[in-house]
Ligand binder design. Structure first.
Ligand SMILES: [Zn+2]
Length: 511
């Protein structure tokens, strides 16, 4: 009996030593010359800052580079030839918008191009000689019959109108009001700015915000069929009420308690919209299949966004060496380390390089809405976003008040959600092995939303996010490869391997 026990101990010790040496051998694949080689390519000016809309499609070139690399090191394609296409709408405001009022006799009494579209829908929206319904400040919306009508509502509230003369656009107030009105399905909604705002400050401010071209992930909804929400000045309302100054009088009465709903004999015609262009960006998705027949259907995901800011108005190229060339190349090396293991981990390991984080997390939100691997079988998503810097002297002092100021050589910002608390412990154990000091002080309510991990968090997946912090070159042209600390990237990549190896082999994971 005693002998058997000893033999068992001996064998399990052997197995342990074997796995430790296999791990060490795999870790030796994560090396600095390769990190440098990959980052040199990714941050070259020729790629024009890896963004949509540049002359050279650096985003596509980077995606192809990552896919070719994944293939070369033997990762399996998880999606169509390693690519998950992310459909993106590029909307440019149309140039022939107008708004026009006709009197009872059908004669044009007001026409202007001063019109702002408040919804980011695509396509051209138009109405012709439509009767209008004024509803004051949009109070008591519940009781109003406005279905299929062209509705006119005042900016602000009766209270703010009667109070001091502030015309600022209160986004929260306005959007609550607008959604309540839109729930009643009017034909369209026209918001009119405060008539006391004689210099049209609010209108000009919103015109500035909304006139830029924009990018958004294309959804399946037919957004062109949705009614428009528009903004105009009180001149339109005066024309509809027949005389200059009438709109101010009307609002004063409403604020004093008069009936808000009125219909007039004048009609409104309008045309507004955006010209949509459909673009395609790509997530790169590759994986290593798990070696356990059951557990291979569970996944550990490593993620990094590979895009950056593109080219500035002055022609400067934003190469984004730290943001997020660093995370992109770290994962390349982590993948190579896992691919080199003779015996693969039990669970499958996914490498996800996501696109268009800088435009609004497009790649990661699309992946989570259309997961290639089931999210309820994803035991963790580990996101790397800016992992290549250490404190760079007085230059970085500008960030001294930031909750995520750049870290020293041993420090690492580590963010986790509360879905599976053990994940943070596993991380701390492996940090200690490497002499890294996890800093978990980042306020979650802000930083859980700050990068791609947010979308996994939204779907209840345990997440880890690594970062070395904000620095003086954050989102500046100075975020160049010369300021990268490759030792630091290697330490983070080593950590990813150890944490990933542990997670992928762990017996039972329940949360
Ligand atoms: Zn980033």
């Amino acid at each position: 009996m005693l002998i058997r026990k000893t033999v068992l101990v001996y064998f399990s010790l052997l197995a342990f030593l074997f796995s430790a040496s296999a791990q060490n051998e795999a870790l030796s694949k994560i090396d600095i010359p390769e990190l440098k080689e990959y980052l040199t390519f990714i941050t070259s000016d020729e790629l024009q800052g890896r963004a949509l809309g540049t002359e050279v499609d650096g985003l596509e070139i980077t995606a192809n580079y990552l896919a070719a690399y994944a293939k070369e090191i033997g990762l399996k394609p998880a999606a169509d030839n390693y690519f998950q296409t992310v459909p993106i709408l590029h909307t440019v405001p149309s140039t022939d918008d107008f708004i026009e009022v006709k009197n009872k006799k059908g004669k044009s009494v007001y026409r202007s191009e001063e019109l702002v579209k408040l919804t980011q829908t695509s396509g051209i929206f138009s109405l012709d000689e439509e009767p209008v319904t004024f509803i004051g400040f949009g109070e008591n919306i519940e009781s109003l019959d406005i279905n299929d009508k062209l509705v006119i509502v005042a900016q602000g509230s009766a209270e703010s109108f009667s109070g001091e003369e502030k015309f600022e656009w209160q986004n929260r107030v306005e959007s609550t009001k607008i959604s309540a009105i839109m729930e009643k399905q009017p034909k369209a909604l026209l918001v009119i700015t405060n008539p006391k705002d004689t210099e049209n400050k609010t209108f000009k401010q919103l015109q500035g915000w909304m006139s830029r071209s924009g990018y958004s992930v294309k959804t399946n909804d037919d957004i062109t069929a949705q009614p428009a929400v528009l903004l105009a000045t009180s001149k339109v309302a005066d024309a509809l009420l027949g005389k200059k100054g009438q709109y101010l009088k009307y609002l004063e009465k409403v604020a004093a308690g008069s009936e808000a709903v009125i219909e007039v004999a004048e009609t409104l015609s309008l045309k507004a919209g955006t010209k949509p262009e459909l673009l395609e960006a790509k997530n790169v998705v590759a994986y290593i299949e798990g070696s356990d027949p059951v557990l291979k259907n569970e996944y550990v995901v490593f993620m990094a966004h590979y895009d950056h800011l593109g080219v500035g108005k002055d022609g400067d190229v934003y190469n984004g060496a730290d943001d997020n060339g660093s995370g992109t190349v770290a994962i390349m090396e982590v993948a190579e380390a896992f691919a080199s293991l003779k015996v693969k981990p039990k669970r499958s390991i996914v490498f996800l390089w996501v696109t268009c984080e800088e435009k609004g997390h497009f790649g990661s939100s699309y992946y989570c809405d259309h997961p290639v691997f089931p999210l309820d079988k994803t035991v963790a998503s580990i996101n790397l976003d800016m992992v290549g810097r250490v404190y760079d002297g007085p230059r970085d002092d500008v960030w001294k008040d930031s909750p995520k100021k750049v870290k020293d050589f041993d420090g690492l910002y580590t963010l986790s959600n509360d879905v599976w608390p053990e994940l943070a412990e596993i991380n701390a154990t492996h940090c200690a092995e490497l002499g890294l000091v996890p800093d978990t002080s980042l306020p979650k309510e802000r930083f859980l939303r700050a990068s791609d991990h947010y979308h996994f968090h939204k779907y209840g997946v345990p997440i880890l996010n690594y970062a070395t912090g904000y620095h003086a070159d954050y989102h500046k042209v100075g975020d160049e490869i010369e300021r990268i600390n490759f030792e630091k990237i290697k330490r983070v990549a080593d950590l990813c391997f150890l944490v990933g190896f542990d997670l992928a082999n762990k017996k039972d994971i329940e949360f």
